[in-house]
Design a protein around this ligand. Sequence first.
Ligand code: SF4
Length: 423
Amino acid sequence: MPRRAPVVDAACAERPVLRERGQREVFCGLTGIVWLHRKIQDAFFLVVGSRTCAHLIQSAAGVMIFAEPRFGTAIIDERDLAGLADANEELDRVVDRLLARRPDIKVLFLVGSCPSEVIKLDLSRAAERLAQKYLPQVRVLNYSGSGIETTFTQGEDACLASLVPGLPAASEASLMVVGTLADVVEDQFRRLFDDMGLGPVGFLPARRSGELPAVGPKTRYLLAQPFLGDTARALEERGAKRIPAVFPLGAEGTALWLEAAAEAFGVDQRTFERAVGPGRGRAEKALARYRDRLAGKRIFFFPDSQLEPPIARFLARELGMRPVEVGTPFLHREHLAAELALLPPDVRLSEGQDVERQLDRCRTDAPDLVVCGLGLANPLEAQGVTTKWSIELVFTPIQGFEQAGDLAELFHRPLERRARLEV
Ligand code: SF4
């Protein structure tokens, strides 16, 4: 039964998309290690790459002082370029040393990079070889975080997809929430599903590799992130079916996301309202504080995180902002269908990037706020444009009712800072 169904314009779901294939300004998939290593607490991410890759990860993740790091880089140097046998032997030696010293590691990800792909180092064969040696104590998996033709959130997609073949088999009906969520957000959602009597519920990725959710033909999965195309495909190969929904951002977005699960599992309206009503009310109240300050502000998105369409939908519908252009590196029409249907009809949607042309459009549009990657933010700020780093949207807990106010604050803060500078 439809609960607070929003008014949807079918033409909006079919809206035209400006497709661009030019120079891009995005980070590579290695960046995902920053949030994935915090989430999967017994995993180690071994990047097989160059000193540049090591530097990127180290500077993005910062230095951990109180704990042993759970990511590192096996450096491919010039000597390795001469012979793959050397590179494989060296990799085995690095893994042997690491696992001998770190019995806390239960899953080891070998993460490919541009250099490992250039020398055609086959990390899937390396992972198989090492798995034979270390199973059952340690699972060894591999995925690519390479920056060639990818964007930074695809690292998470590749990582989660690599976990899917090893998930236990399920015969019972179950719900799986897919996409990395901060632990606090995962706990809130778990409580809401419990209050609806909906379960069993598993989360992918799990906090520990021994707690991975089971999957089977009766599994329904709900995406918590919009950039998980390969993971979704892998789950469907195991028989799971996606529950179509918007993403859990904002009061309305979170309620619709939960409602999609409730409908799929036959939760009655009263139970749903009793479980969801209080959180939705708190979120609406938190957002009301920002609406006056953000309504009418024009916002322009450069393609970076793939979160752009859901964020634009949230800002337009719940805070009255006016998205001018919503750029996204890749547009997964099926996974984003519910989002596209809720975007205002006059939004310009673009996929891919030709950065110079997009900068020209941005200058012409003269928006109040620009959401973009770090590489564009500084030059734009220097030209007097107010910016928001899109990478913050994956580093900050933004999903769910209790985080709705924090999400609004992320967009309010740069405008406030600019206003203070101009006084
Ligand atoms: S994987 Fe490629 S893009 Fe990423 S840091 Fe390494 S060399 Fe650079």
